[in-house]
Ligand binder design. Structure first.
Ligand code: SF4
Ligand code: SF4
Length: 405
């Protein structure tokens, strides 16, 4: 597609990046067929091609409006369109640029600005989030439904996390503990640690590291996100230099963000090279387990019907479509078929807070698809999806690695 960006954007790094992405789109519209918001709302402007067109218009000089902001806000950032696109259009990167330009011009109303700042000051900080989450659980019956629906019981387990660490092992993994996951489902990291220790790794968490920055980035609080990224690079770098084999990330949403460190820190001379190396070490558990001999784990396969929910961040972001399902089936687990598994469940980070109607319709559709074959348990690979699905279901929703420990 031809472009003619205004002077204001033509000479900036993000303008040049957007220009390149816009030019790669041939406007064929294949992507609209797999876009959840287009399917639901039936409006071209709420599909990828329409959003690309609106961003193009803004970068070519059209005044951004609240209406354009709404169509961009309604995007889930699920990247299903990227998987479908035959031209390799990097829609996620373009949307981030478009949203930032529109937000700088249109702003937010007071309530929305306050909510966004509140979430930005809360979710990435496990101490603050844990204190408030515990309070929320205690007083759950008294809270309005809009808050109650985001509170699921904490999933924890008794595992001696230090017992299995073979300090003489030369295979070291750093574990990114995440923010929300470490508070709401601490069992996930504990079980992952145990699993990889059994496979002979020494698993280390670096206490100076923290949130990957995804929450702030999605809320367009870019400077906060940048500080978090720099802090993590600084925290992990000594262990990387000492030969760590990988950075284990048990939430695919964080995994996508950490994979993008190279791109996001490319403009900072002190961090660019380190970020590139760190991004190359980031691994979802399935990427590591696919190369391991799992026979030595002596996994007991329960007689349960299992439905796997594939997070968008796993299948469209990390491009691991079908990999967990194949691995589980190979190990003997009974997985039921799930229709429309490419579609988002409606969680999408903080999307469920700001777009409750679309989010809850997508959740209902997803739960219908997941429970059609009456599974005993639902498993997934990302904390956001796990909480979102669990809040609408009595059956357990767990991280899939819990099946292996
Ligand atoms: S993003 Fe890809 S699939 Fe969608 S219109 Fe552009 S080229 Fe076609
Ligand atoms: S990221 Fe998802 S919701 Fe957004 S345009 Fe692409 S397919 Fe649609």
């Amino acid at each position: 597609m031809q472009t003619n960006l205004t002077e204001q954007f033509r000479n900036t790094p993000s303008g040049q990046k957007a220009d390149k992405i816009l030019r790669s789109c041939v406007h064929c519209g294949f992507c609209t067929a797999t876009c959840p918001t287009y399917q639901l709302l039936g409006d071209e402007l709420d599909g990828p091609r329409g959003r690309i067109y609106q961003i193009k218009q803004v970068l070519e000089g059209q005044q951004p409006t609240a209406r354009i902001q709404k169509h961009l806000d309604q995007c889930l950032m699920c990247r299903s369109c990227e998987t479908t696109c035959p031209s390799g259009v990097k829609f996620g990167q373009l949307l981030e640029i478009g949203r930032t330009v529109v937000e700088d011009s249109v702003g937010r109303n007071h309530l929305s600005a306050f909510l966004r700042s509140l979430l930005n000051q809360l979710l990435p900080y496990p101490g603050r989030y844990k204190a408030l989450y515990s309070l929320g659980l205690k007083f759950k019956p008294l809270l309005p439904i809009t808050i109650r629906k985001h509170l699921i019981p904490v999933q924890d387990c008794d595992v001696d996390e230090t017992a299995g660490n073979d300090l003489s092992s030369e295979k070291t993994l750093l574990m990114h503990e995440g923010c929300v996951q470490s508070v709401v489902t601490p069992e996930t990291n504990k079980l992952a640690r145990k699993l990889f220790q059994r496979l002979g790794y020494q698993v280390k968490s670096i206490k100076e590291s923290g949130c990957c920055g995804a929450v702030s980035d999605h809320l367009l609080k870019h400077s906060d996100a940048l500080e978090m990224m720099k802090r993590n690079v600084d925290a992990w770098w000594p262990s990387v230099e000492a030969g760590a084999e990988g950075i284990l990330v048990n939430a695919s949403g964080c995994g996508v963000m950490l994979n993008e460190y190279a791109e996001k820190l490319a403009g900072l001379p002190d961090y660019a090279e380190k970020a590139k190396i760190i991004a190359s070490l980031v691994k979802d558990p399935v990427e590591l387990l696919s190369n391991e001999d799992l026979g030595k784990l002596d996994i007991q396969v329960p007689d349960l019907k299992i439905a796997f929910h594939a997070p968008c961040t796993l299948q469209h972001g990390l491009k691991q479509q079908g990999v967990v399902e194949n691995l589980l089936r190979k190990l003997g687990f009974k997985l039921v078929e799930v229709t429309d598994s490419h579609l988002c469940c409606g969680s999408a980070g903080t999307y469920s807070v700001f777009q409750p109607e679309i989010s809850s319709t997508l959740r209902s559709n997803k739960l219908k698809a997941l429970t059609k074959e009456n599974p005993d348990i639902i498993v997934t690979a990302n904390i956001g999806c796990q909480m979102h699905l669990q809040s609408g279901l009595d059956k357990p929703v767990r991280h899939w690695i819990s099946l292996l420990v």
